[in-house]
Write a protein that binds this ligand. Sequence first.
Ligand SMILES: Cc1cc2nc3c(=O)[nH]c(=O)nc-3n(C[C@H](O)[C@H](O)[C@H](O)COP(=O)(O)OP(=O)(O)OC[C@H]3O[C@@H](n4cnc5c(N)ncnc54)[C@H](O)[C@@H]3O)c2cc1C
Length: 401
Amino acid sequence: MTSPNEADVLIIGGGICGAACAFHLAQHGKRVVLLERGELASEASGVNAGGLGGLGWGNNPDLQSYLTAGSFEIFKTLQTDMGYDIEFRASGGLQAAHNADQWDYVRNHALQLQANGFNVELLTTREARGIEPEASEKLAGFLLMINRGRANPTKTTVAFGEAAAALGAVINTGYEVQGLTQSPDGSWQAQTGQGEFRGGTLVMAAGAWSRPMGEMLGLKVPVVPIRGQMWATDPVPPSIFHVIGSAESPFDWNPQPAQDDGFPPELTHHGDVRITRHLYGGQTRNGEIIFGGDRQLVGYDYSQDMTGIEVNRGHAAEVIPMVSKLPISRTWAGIMPFSMDGKPIIGRVPQFDNLFILSGLASSGFGRGPMAAKLLADYIHTGNPHPVLADADPARCITTT
Ligand SMILES: Cc1cc2nc3c(=O)[nH]c(=O)nc-3n(C[C@H](O)[C@H](O)[C@H](O)COP(=O)(O)OP(=O)(O)OC[C@H]3O[C@@H](n4cnc5c(N)ncnc54)[C@H](O)[C@@H]3O)c2cc1C
């Protein structure tokens, strides 16, 4: 009998990336051991807003299309075909334009997207209020993203863990990896307080802890921890039916400024200075209205900046005025894995044999993680990367310290 400490593939990290990777590798018949220091979904994968998808596949699917549209299908399969209640709903998403400049930007963007086969529609404010009655009548217009939706973050991540375990994967929670070594035959050992685990292949899926994980091997993984924070109201009757966003940050982030300042792209702050307002949220199945948006480089700091929460609440109220009348019942923060060039890091790490990484999914790793994990699992299984993974190749950015 095989030891429970031995695997074909060892995965470190039990967020959406690690758990979904365990499931897809187990589907390929691999013996998998996953090591997570906390519980499944105890970090970003359990505290996010649960927003998914976006634009559909488009005419020429690239990495972004694969990750978002492909993951959307996997979420649907997990609930509809496999029977896990993950609160998945293909609700669609609405992005608000607050003024004429943003509306020009949204309109041009929508025309480009439609020309490329993506599933978006421009709506007047009146049309939007027909499908989202609480939307403000004062806005300039909306972009409807038909292939957007939401799911419960913790339930989904745990469901992937359970689906992997049902196929024989060993999911060990409460196991912190403290050291990594490689044998001359290329196999890996992970040291934990509860003993050593061995695997032919190692997958690092440590989210915002990818840099310290890489340091265990003398590697510099350019992923920084970015704090996201959110707030919720008490449960209220069904009032918001789409995933809600705003065009303000995409407008401000476009065109992308050159990134030579020590910050990854698409943050809301440079240091302590706010450069834009970002918005995402909606209503969960339990009735809470939840919103968030800030993305700030503050290290592994989970404390909440209440000024930022109030700015975000004001932003949300410009789109859905009823939220200004509802008190905030709780706030929370989580740490997201942002790569320095803004692109995912998915694939083989060239400095070592049998070493793979799945990281850098930033602020949309919940909605993109399942397909990122499937692409990586398929790569490990077949030995060949899918062509779209060229854009996520770790060789571009991982160096030796
Ligand atoms: C407030 C907020 C809102 C967000 N909203 C959305 C959204 O609406 N839609 C969306 O798509 N994305 C959203 N995100 C982003 C998304 O949550 C992340 O991109 C995604 O969860 C990253 O998944 P992961 O598996 O890479 O990392 P994580 O979920 O952080 O998982 C990594 C795991 O590795 C474990 N680990 C680290 N080091 C070790 C070690 N040494 N030994 C063992 N285990 C270790 C950690 O404990 C952790 O559980 C949001 C994030 C935040 C914080």
